[in-house]
Design a binder for this molecule. Structure first.
Ligand code: CDP
Length: 229
């Protein structure tokens, strides 16, 4: 079968990464979590005092973009790639609620998007890639052979994120998570550059009531259909 490009977009915490990672493992494709890249930029800004409270020092961040090097290295134990920021493994640090609370304003900055999209397009040059995010089917890979748009209710998404964080031992409050999910949805769909929206040729998946094995099987069928065309 030919090597295609698969774009998975959708709202926060709707299980995009889980399904994308599973499929990549199954079919031997590269998996790229584009959200991890925006999270890594946000972590850099927090660590270096570029974000103070709610304020982002945009001109400093713009200047510092050249010092932010993000890469992925396959972790055989987890069976998926880990995110590295300037050589340091930051896979856990980018997933905290603190980073989640600041990432959407950072990801709305045009110069941040421009640089991340450039790197993402470079990673996908050879095909055989699954990338998940908000603008993959619309901006990063508008010619992707398979585009999926995932959605689920905000309450179900918040519950999933709560379960994920508590399983890792992070103390959190479900009301804070729901607020964060709703705030990010709002910023992601209303920003000027590459807002989150469904590509006209995307297939919609509402996975509110699907189990992980069910959504995995659904995605595998869609992949087989797209790759055999
Ligand atoms: O996993 P979760 O749904 O929490 O989000 P994520 O995929 O890790 O992305 C974190 C944030 O990065 C999103 O809320 C968006 O603001 C931003 N993002 C984006 O703007 N464009 C992308 N292609 C991916 C993420």
């Amino acid at each position: 079968m030919k090597k295609i490009t698969i774009a998975i977009d959708g709202y926060s915490s709707c299980g995009k990464s889980t399904m994308a990672k599973d499929l990549a493992r199954e079919i031997g494709y590269i998996y790229v979590d584009s959200g991890a890249m925006y999270r890594a930029v946000t972590l850099y800004a927090l660590d270096n005092g570029i974000i103070q409270g709610e304020e982002i020092d945009e001109s400093r961040l713009k200047q510092e973009m050249k010092n932010i090097h993000i890469s992925f290295q396959f972790n055989a134990e987890r069976g998926c790639p880990d995110t590295y920021l300037n050589g340091e493994r930051v896979e856990d640090r980018i997933r905290t609620l603190e980073v989640s609370n600041h990432v959407s304003p950072v990801a709305a900055l045009p110069f941040v998007r421009e640089e991340m999209v450039r790197q993402q397009q470079h990673m996908g040059e050879e095909g055989g890639i699954i990338m998940d995010g908000r603008d993959i089917g619309t901006t990063v890979f508008p010619n992707a052979e398979l585009k999926i748009f995932v959605t689920a209710s905000a309450e179900i998404r918040a519950q999933r994120r709560y379960d994920e964080l508590t399983a890792k031992g992070e103390a959190c409050d479900i009301a804070d998570i729901l607020r964060n999910v709703e705030e990010r949805d709002y910023i992601d769909t209303h920003r000027e550059v590459s807002p989150l929206r469904q590509a006209s040729d995307a297939i919609v998946l509402d996975n509110s009531h699907l189990t992980i094995p069910e959504q995995k099987a659904w995605l595998l069928r869609e992949y087989q259909r797209a790759a055999s065309k």
